[in-house]
Design a protein around this ligand. Structure first.
Ligand code: SF4
Ligand code: SF4
Length: 133
């Protein structure tokens, strides 16, 4: 199994530093890969990244919710969405995303389609290069 970063990720980057096997990388280019991604072949399922995420975006693969109930106000980011987000990451650096949507309180979202991009980033995306950097 592996842990999975979902579309609730707002590129805070706090999870990267705690991962003992350094398998979390920022998606690039950001327009095509807006989250951070976990390399499923390297992740050892230690769970250290979960409490580091301020947006509660990380789940064990078999616990990614198919019916996530929004608190309201949180963002999901996906290619094709057109909302604008500006914030700062764990290091105080600016984060700007133009592919977001803010969730309504009580809105139910299926996050399981977010599993596959974690695999894709390392199999057919630029993830391999990112891990070598
Ligand atoms: S800490 Fe959360 S928001 Fe930040 S990069 Fe990791 S998964 Fe994304
Ligand atoms: S579960 Fe552990 S090994 Fe897997 S990405 Fe998170 S910190 Fe890294």
């Amino acid at each position: 199994m592996t842990h999975i970063i979902t579309s609730l990720c707002l590129r805070d980057s706090g999870c990267v530093e705690v991962c003992p096997v350094e398998c979390i990388v920022p998606g690039k280019p950001i327009e095509e890969w807006p989250w951070y991604y976990i390399d499923p072949d390297t992740c050892i399922d230690c769970g250290a990244c979960i409490p580091e995420c301020p947006y509660e975006a990380i789940f064990p693969e078999d616990e990614v919710p198919s019916a996530y109930t929004a608190k309201g106000g949180e963002y999901i980011s996906k290619v094709g969405l057109t909302g604008h987000y500006e914030g700062v990451n764990h290091h105080g650096e600016p984060v700007v995303l133009d592919c977001v949507r803010q969730l309504e309180p009580g809105e139910v979202v299926d996050l399981t389609p977010d599993i596959q991009p974690n695999y894709d980033y390392f199999s057919k995306g630029p993830g391999y290069k990112a891990l070598e950097m």
